[in-house]
Design a protein around this ligand. Sequence first.
Ligand code: FE
Length: 233
Amino acid sequence: MNRTALQQCSYGVYIISAQGSGKLNGQIANTVCQVTSDPATVSVCINKQNLTHELISGSRAFSVSILAEETPMQFIGRFGFKSGRDTDKFEGISYRMGPSKSPIVLDHATSYMDCELAGSMDAGTHTIFLGRVVDAEVVGDGRPMTYEHYHNVKGGKSPKTAPTYAGAGGDDTTEKKGETMASYKCNICGYVYDPAEGDPDTGIGAGTAFEDLPYSWVCPTCGAAITEFEKMA
Ligand code: FE
């Protein structure tokens, strides 16, 4: 089986949010699809290990925020590579509570949909949730980010719990290596710092060696400290 075929499906990049027991949580997902138009219904596929899965099952509701292309990697990392069991992902960000009583992330969103649970299907490691859309709004004028843009332009990776995770080494995009400067890899999420590209989101210019990064610099994808990086062979 050639898994490249699976990678050619088109996806977006979304934050799926839900609440329960006074806790708000959200996570990145790329598998949101409109299922029917009348009534407006969408599906989303969520890993059973994730806190968001527990909260959607309990509250029987969730929201979908569609992220803009300009969304910084740190913001995606906050929702994509950290567990809400350890951190409050909603601290300091802009959100509103929807009619379904789910929190809706507004920062970096082009639009959102608020959904009440209309059904679910067991998919092994994941559950496919169906959501009846009870509210939807356009909140920004950016272009919606595609999963391809996230991987190819922003250098993003998939966490192990993503439905599209292809295993270690199977999810790499082409990396340009600096002629003399080494690339460094994050041990937590697999993000690769390429000195030829720098980290434009935090003002690190192209051509900046890893050794010259400020000590306060953190992994743009998962927020790990600089000490979590390892030199690549
Ligand atoms: Fe990382």
